[in-house]
Design a protein around this ligand. Structure first.
Ligand code: B16
Ligand code: MG
Length: 220
């Protein structure tokens, strides 16, 4: 038995870039310093916690109502940006891997912190290759808490130890490990180095790599 749980932003689609642009527009408007490097800390982090990271020491200048309004403003901009996503927006190797998993009889899920995950998945045209989708509106505790991934494993009908999580964010890698899953990290080892395997991109992941990781899990 096996299952694969994919993070969405930065793993199947580069919507991380759209999140960045939407946060940058907000930061510029309210006069808070922000750049691509600062944005790295927001990967995989839910909306309000992302805002708090963006504001940093400036957070005390704004009321709770203003912070809610900032989140709504950022999301409105993000929703505009993702309206143009099509199947061509799938990251290299993502569609091929989902198809190979389906052929191998290994169920796949998307587990994303994003409350916009379902429309993004629909725009990518991958719904028929997924057994389950879990989004940020369905859990109380954000990554690095494992709640999102544990719910995804349950929907796949798999024990956590039989699931591989694919993540591009430090908070997501931590969440997968905390849930007792094997984790493949995508990108900079400084960010995802705690994972059992680190690759440059989704196109380096194969069904054989996933099976090998789960076999390691049995013998550890
Ligand atoms: P939303 P993931 C995460 O998605 C993003 O990486 C993160 O940058 C974003 O703030 C978070 O979703 C919340 O997204 O504002 O659309 O609810 O990487 O978990 O797929
Ligand atoms: Mg991500």
């Amino acid at each position: 038995m096996a299952g694969v749980i994919f993070d969405l932003d930065g793993v199947l689609v580069d919507s991380a870039e759209f999140h960045y642009r939407a946060w940058q527009a907000l930061a510029d408007r309210i006069g808070v310093p922000f750049d691509r490097q600062a944005n790295e800390a927001l990967r995989g982090v839910d909306r309000m916690n992302s805002l708090l990271l963006l504001l940093g020491p400036h957070a005390v200048r704004f009321s709770e109502a203003e912070k809610e309004a900032f989140c709504a403003e950022k999301n409105a901009q993000y929703v505009l940006l993702i309206a143009d996503i099509t199947p061509a927006g799938l990251l290299p190797g993502a569609g091929e891997l989902l198809t190979a998993l389906r052929a191998a009889g290994i169920p796949a899920a998307v587990a994303s912190s994003s409350k916009n995950a379902r429309p993004v998945v629909a725009s990518l045209g991958i719904e028929s290759l997924l057994t389950a989708i879990v989004d940020g509106s369905e859990v109380k505790r954000a990554k690095p808490d494992p709640e999102l991934f544990l719910l995804a494993a349950a929907r796949l009908g798999q024990a956590p130890a039989q699931c591989v999580v694919v993540e591009d964010a430090q908070a997501g890698v931590e969440a997968g490990l905390a849930g007792g899953m094997r984790v493949i990290g995508i990108g900079d080892p400084a960010r995802v180095g705690a994972a059992q395997r680190v690759v440059h991109g989704t196109d380096e992941i194969s069904v054989a790599m996933i099976r090998g990781l789960l076999e390691d899990g049995v013998t550890v």
